[in-house]
Ligand binder design. Structure first.
Ligand code: 3HC
Ligand code: NAI
Length: 699
């Protein structure tokens, strides 16, 4: 903590420059609110001051309310009271924006009489990502200035709006090329003596039909999240009546969200996403230098990984089996970037630079001088071993060799390279240029700085790397395999895929498991079941019969027009034939089918996730419950407003979760025994929130 005041001011002739200084992001703590009130009031009262400019020290304009203060007793002055007072003042106040003016920070700016910004500044209202809504006039002032549709978009998407776009919306008055503060002071002087533009007093034309349509789209996408519906109410309220009435609607809804479990969970996720990067086992370990990368295989995953690496500015050498595969890959790279150009995300020059960063070859020798190689060939141990054997000899000493394998043993792959300390897992998710998660896997003999390099490269690619140990399926797919088995078991016992998918989607999952299966292709699982049939433990319940019967008809999912569902014109529909197959399998297994409630489906799935996660924590594959939450949230469509399976378990109560695990075990049998770590937690009255890194190791 610095001794400097959070807010100070300096007189610049007839303009008072008020400066916020609350590192790292100038969050609005009580001291910032009190300081802003004091200095703005000082400027308003001082006869020599004709205008006021609010600017920030450090890397950014105010990035929002101090999230750590939520849930604590409120300490005045409130932001609303401060902003209403400032806006009502009779001297112009101008916000000088650099970095990101977010949430309460953008609300401060909107309560000013004008806003100027540097070219690369961004503004936004990301409260929705914390399960909240803008609570200091943002849902009222933004639509009053930019229109209800823009207001709805900003408040419900939480997206950051570049300065140029904000200028177009009228949310920013001027982009300053030179010195921001000088520019803001000059601009403030032009407002002196003129009628002040108060955002709360503006009104834009309102197209009710267009708003209703946009609101319906938002609700469709909100998947059980509470905040979007409340935001719609608030923005609608801004379109009629006076500001005070709208503000009251906003306040009521904000307070309801502030105390909700959803917002609590999403605030937890905000901090967990930052905490996950502070890996206890890698503290103080420096990554190796990486300036060039190689990718082996340019299929679904290799192509996505390459795009993501190149987008981060990294030169990439791609190695494939043959020229035809390389040509296909180049077409895919170019079409991805051409689309970005078309959508205005990048310009043609950036695309050309990206293409120039690529070297496409069939020669492994071209990888000799890269600093990291990411392998993404077929999921076959023999092939991976052969490739890592070559890499071990060809690639320069000190380079990191990573495999994108979904399930295979990283240490065995490392062994084949002859330099297992350099070998790590980097398990990306499809589509790899979009999905944020990357599991960074310690094979057991991986060097710490090799793992730190995986994390650093992942971060550079804009990903969220989670470091973990080596086990079948690692964290994400291992938990997925466990609960998918329970789902298949419930299908044998009485549920149907469409009921299961509907229950999971209503619970907030991005997609139900059977719709996902059809999308990914059912043949992959079928081949795995055949390949590993000889390893199957006959004491474990086998749940593959329904999927095998469906695949036996050549129904591999969407790509063949049918799987668990039938696809007519791309539309998913229930197929009576599948119902017949399911009933037949149940009968053959001697199961009397009985209805299963949606609540049972979701609670059994959730309890199974938590139970498997506890086994993973006990084996110290990861050391913190938050590692599991971040994996499931970012790679597996877990609803963010539930905060991840572990956070959700704390909400449900671990005793209840354990009771459900025991019910699942009775039906699922071997492999689904309650985790001793979960039993220990219940016996000791613990919550996952209490667990420190490593607390569950060996429990
Ligand atoms: N409150 C408290 N701490 C915050 C914070 C906030 N609003 N925003 C960031 N921090 C902390 C982070 O936890 C992190 O702490 P750490 O170093 O101890 O891990 C540190 O500041 C730096 O943050 P990042 O690592 O995220 O830094 P980046 O440079 O990557 O990103 C940022 C900067 C874009 C500003 C990003 O931090 C961000 O998006 N912050 C949150 C913005 C937000 O959600 N604002 C709305 C708050 S709610 C609100 O304003 C309600 C109002 O309507 C009443
Ligand atoms: P894919 O079949 O789409 O691509 C594999 C590519 O590897 C092909 O283009 C093939 O030509 C190339 N290849 C095969 N042998 C090669 C060799 N000797 N040298 C150079 N290139 C060779 O497979 P996909 O889906 O991209 O999977 C790759 C890896 O990523 C697998 O290990 C898989 O388990 C894993 N993975 C897949 C995910 C997915 O959703 N598809 C998700 C996460 C991981």
């Amino acid at each position: 903590m610095s001794d400097k005041p959070a807010v100070s001011s300096v007189q610049k002739g007839d303009v008072l420059l008020v400066l916020v200084d609350n590192p790292p992001v100038n969050a609005i703590s009580q001291a910032v609110r009190a300081g802003l009130k004091e200095h703005v009031e000082k400027g308003m009262k001082d006869a020599g001051t004709k205008a006021i400019v609010i600017a920030c020290e450090g890397r950014t304009f105010v990035a929002g309310a101090d999230i750590r203060e939520f849930g604590k007793p409120p300490a005045g002055p409130s932001l609303q009271e401060l902003l209403n007072g400032m806006e009502a003042g009779d001297k112009p106040v101008v916000a000088a924006i650099h970095g990101t003016a977010l949430g309460g920070g953008f609300e401060i700016a909107m309560a000013c009489h004008a806003r100027v910004a540097v070219k690369d500044a961004k503004v936004g209202l990301p409260e929705v990502k914390l399960g909240l809504l803008p609570g200091a006039g943002g849902t009222q002032r933004v639509p009053r200035v930019a229109g209800a549709l823009v207001g709805l978009d900003l408040c419900t998407s939480g997206r950051m709006v570049p300065a140029a776009e904000a200028l177009k919306f009228g949310l920013i008055d001027k982009i300053v090329d030179g010195d921001l503060r000088e520019g803001a002071i000059d601009f403030a002087r032009t407002l002196v003596g003129k009628p002040l533009k108060r955002s709360s007093q503006q009104q834009q034309p309102f197209d009710a039909a267009a708003f209703d349509k946009a609101a319906a789209d938002v609700l469709k996408k909100s998947r059980g999240a509470m905040a979007p519906a409340k935001i719609i109410d608030c923005v609608r309220a801004s379109t009629h009546g006076d500001f005070k009435e709208g503000e009251a609607v906003e306040r009521k809804n904000f307070m309801e969200l502030l105390v909700s479990d959803q917002s609590k969970a999403m605030r937890y996720v905000f901090f967990a996403e930052r905490e996950v990067l502070k890996v206890p086992s890698l503290e103080g370990v420096n990554p190796r230098a990486v300036t060039k990368a190689g990718v082996i295989g340019s299929g679904t995953m290799g192509a996505g990984i390459t795009i993501s690496l190149v987008n981060s500015g990294m030169p990439v050498t791609v190695v494939e089996n043959d020229q035809a595969a390389l040509d296909r890959a180049m077409t895919r790279f170019k079409s991805t970037w051409e689309r970005d150009v078309k959508l205005g995300r990048i310009d043609q020059a950036t695309m050309d630079k990206r293409v120039a960063l690529l070297t496409l070859t069939t020669q492994f020798e071209a990888l000799a001088d890269v600093d990291i190689v990411i392998e993404a060939v077929f999921e076959e141990m023999k092939l991976k071993k052969e490739i890592f054997g070559k890499l071990g000899k060809i690639v320069k000493a000190g380079a990191v060799l990573a495999s994108n394998t979904s399930y295979l043993d990283i240490d065995a792959i490392g062994e084949s390279s002859g330099r297992p300390a350099d070998v790590i897992g980097m398990h990306f998710f499809s589509p790899a240029n979009i999905m944020r998660l990357v599991e960074v896997i310690d094979g057991g003999r991986s060097a710490k700085d090799a793992l730190a390099t995986g994390v650093a490269v992942g971060k550079r690619m804009g990903k969220l790397p989670v470091v973990m140990g080596n086990c079948d399926g690692f964290v994400g797919n291992r938990i997925l395999a466990a609960w998918r088995k329970v789902a298949d078991m419930m299908i044998e016992e009485g549920a149907y895929p469409q009921d299961f998918d509907a229950a999971m989607e209503a619970w907030g999952m991005a997609m139900g498991p059977y719709a996902v299966g059809d999308l990914a292709g059912l043949d992959i699982g079928m081949r795995r079941r055949k390949e590993f049939a000889h390893l199957r433990d006959n004491e474990k319940r086998d749940t593959g019969a329904i999927a095998d019967a469906i695949c036996a008809l050549g129904r591999y999912g969407q790509k063949t027009g049918a799987g668990y569902y039938k696809y007519v014109d791309g539309k998913r529909t229930v197929d009576p034939l599948v119902t017949e197959i399911i009933d037949k399998v149940s009968k053959e297994k001697g199961i009397t089918r009985k209805p299963i409630s949606a609540d049972q489906m979701t609670s059994w799935v959730h309890a199974t996730m938590v139970n498997e996660a506890c086994k993973i924590l006990s084996e110290n594959i990861v050391s913190r419950p938050l590692d599991v939450d971040i994996v499931k949230l970012n790679g597996y469509g877990f609803p963010v407003w539930r905060g991840g399976p572990m956070q959700e378990a704390d909400r449900v109560g671990l005793d209840k979760v354990l009771a459900t695990v025991k019910d699942v075990h009775k039906v699922a049998g071997k492999g689904f025994e309650p985790s001793s770590a979960l039993e220990w937690m219940v016996a000791n009255n613990k919550k996952f929130a209490d667990i420190k890194p490593g607390d569950l190791k060996g429990k």
